[in-house]
Design a protein around this ligand. Structure first.
Ligand code: XMP
Length: 520
């Protein structure tokens, strides 16, 4: 159980829908705190005063196969307003005395619904013709309306597309208001949150900052805290938050693996040590990493070597700071959601991820994870509230193993140097053309093949540079970014003309899946 007891909230009970996180985000976008908990974990005794409304999510199960899902049915007896979405609508109907069965006509995709009655839930939701286009994804439907419920809207195939029991404050929608395809879906959620649950706004970056600083101060007391800083968004926000909360009791360790982007170590030291005055220990471990990676070309071996060495070095330096009690980590909310496996990523099973968040458990330090209730976009906003620069906050993700996994084959000093240059030209060109913020992640890679070229009157035989730029929501799936021909032509020219060692550039046009974002 990871419910925050102190903050008023809308509780989302997750039955395994792929959209559950979206529901939470929509509510938080309205400035209201929301939490997700798995249907398997929530019990009636957890429902306390801080829960001002409950949303039952969709899910892949069938209501009539009663043994296949668990749900403490007493939860609906608490006089707390409830909104059921899709499967949640079916459960709410069933538990209230209605019936659910398999639909004759399944509805997937956009469907028109028509208003039948007024409801506070649908204020400003329908168009002038009393219609709306909503996004459905269901094979079952409510077939008998529960007692004391009223139909608010119907589609051709779902008579009970929106229903309500006003006295009890129960509402059910067969469609998904949380997905952007549902027109005015946000308005429906807003009506539930503010008009029905009557909860007040309590979730702005400023609120979060004040709350988190107080919390960190309370947990850490007068003890020392260490934090591994990578310069990425999450660890930067954690470091700055702790800096504001406990100042000189925070000790950050920044390990230069030699596999960072061009001048990254200089920028990190400049920003965090010089500008933000954070206690920063800079460790130059370039040689150690290169030595361990000598002649290693297997991607998994590279990842393991880098992950293990990182931990070893971190521990070595952490020991120099005496009497440390806590380790601060940038764990985010999606990592924490208990039912994540239903909706979650396969990525970590495909590659052994290394990041500074996964630091050693055997150090026996207690954890401080101040971002554990936040989504990535909320972390970015919090970072701005903490006066971190837009440049740090909007940086593209960068993997823990760094350039090592953007260089298939063996790693050499020469290759790293070439790759740093190519990547730098590419990223700078994106910034110069206002493309950087439109792209989720972009990088250059160096492929372990040499090809023949001609420059001037001379034959060249040099490496192949691959450029990758993708758009994505969360890194789980991705599409390649569609550059204009002139942009890609110019950057190719720039790289080939400026960098000795590269004589050919290719652009990766695969999506994820079937490819992954990184090469290894
Ligand atoms: P893939 O290549 O799995 O990448 O499609 C998805 C996202 O994860 C990043 N990535 C990592 N991040 N440690 C990290 O912190 C890692 O070991 C790691 N491997 C991949 C990748 O850059 C992309 O954003």
């Amino acid at each position: 159980m990871s419910l925050d007891k102190n903050l008023n909230k809308i509780l989302i009970i997750d039955f395994g829908s792929q959209f559950t996180q979206l529901i939470a985000r929509r509510i938080r976008e309205l400035g209201v705190f929301s939490e997700i908990i798995s249907n398997k974990k929530i019990e009636n005794r957890h429902i306390n005063q801080s829960i001002k409304g409950i949303i039952l999510s969709g899910g892949p199960l069938n209501v009539y196969q009663i043994n296949r899902y668990t749900f403490d049915k007493k939860i609906i007896e608490n006089r707390v307003p409830i909104l059921g979405i899709c499967f949640g609508h079916q459960i709410l109907s069933k538990l209230s005395g209605g019936k659910v069965k398999q639909s004759k006509h399944r509805e997937f995709g956009l469907v028109d619904i028509k208003k039948k009655n007024n409801s506070i839930l649908t204020r400003n939701f329908f168009d002038k013709q009393n219609k709306n286009r909503v996004w459905m994804s269901h094979a079952d439907q409510v077939s008998k309306l529960p007692k004391n419920f009223k139909v608010i809207a119907s589609s051709n195939n779902s008579k009970f597309a929106i229903i309500e029991n006003k006295k009890k404050n129960f509402y059910g929608v067969q469609f998904h208001p949380e997905v952007t395809h549902t027109e005015n879906g946000k308005k429906l959620i807003k009506n539930f949150v503010f008009l029905i649950c009557k909860i007040k706004k309590n979730w702005s970056p400023k609120d979060q900052k004040i709350k988190l600083i107080k919390e960190v101060q309370k947990i850490a007391g007068t003890n020392k805290v260490i934090c591994a800083l990578s310069g990425g968004v999450d660890s930067s926000v954690v470091a700055q938050l702790l800096n504001k909360a406990i100042g000189k009791k925070l000790f950050c360790v920044f390990v230069n693996t030699g596999l960072l982007r061009k001048n990254e170590e200089i920028q990190v030291v400049k920003t965090f040590k010089k500008k933000l005055k954070i206690n920063l220990m800079y460790v130059n471990a370039e040689k150690e990493f290169l030595r361990k990676l000598h002649n290693v070309s297997d991607p998994e071996k590279k990842r393991k070597i880098i992950g293990n060495l990182f931990i070893k070095i971190f521990e070595r330096y952490a020991k120099k700071i005496k009497n440390v009690k806590f380790l601060a980590q940038g764990t985010l909310y999606p990592d924490l959601i208990e039912s994540k496996s239903v909706t979650g990523s396969q990525t970590s099973k495909i590659k052994s991820h290394h990041n500074v968040g996964g630091l050693p458990k055997k150090m026996k330090l207690k954890l401080i994870e101040p971002l554990k209730f936040l989504f990535k976009d909320e972390v970015r906003k919090l970072g701005l509230e903490l006066n971190l620069s837009k440049e740090i906050i909007s940086r593209h993700p960068f993997p823990g193993p760094g350039l090592a996994i953007r260089m298939p084959g063996i790693i050499t000093k020469e290759k790293i140097k070439i790759l740093k240059e190519a990547d730098n030209y590419f990223i700078q060109a994106l910034k110069d053309h206002n493309l950087y913020d439109k792209i989720w992640q972009a990088y250059a890679a160096l492929l372990p093949v040499k090809t023949v070229g001609v420059m001037g009157d001379n034959r060249t035989y040099e490496y192949l540079c691959l450029l990758r730029a993708i758009t994505s929501e969360d890194g789980m799936t991705a599409d390649f970014f569609d550059f204009k021909k002139t942009f890609i032509q110019n950057i190719s020219n720039k790289i080939v003309n400026s960098i000795r060692g590269i004589n050919r550039v290719v652009y990766d046009v695969t999506s994820k899946p079937p490819s992954t974002i990184e090469l290894e």
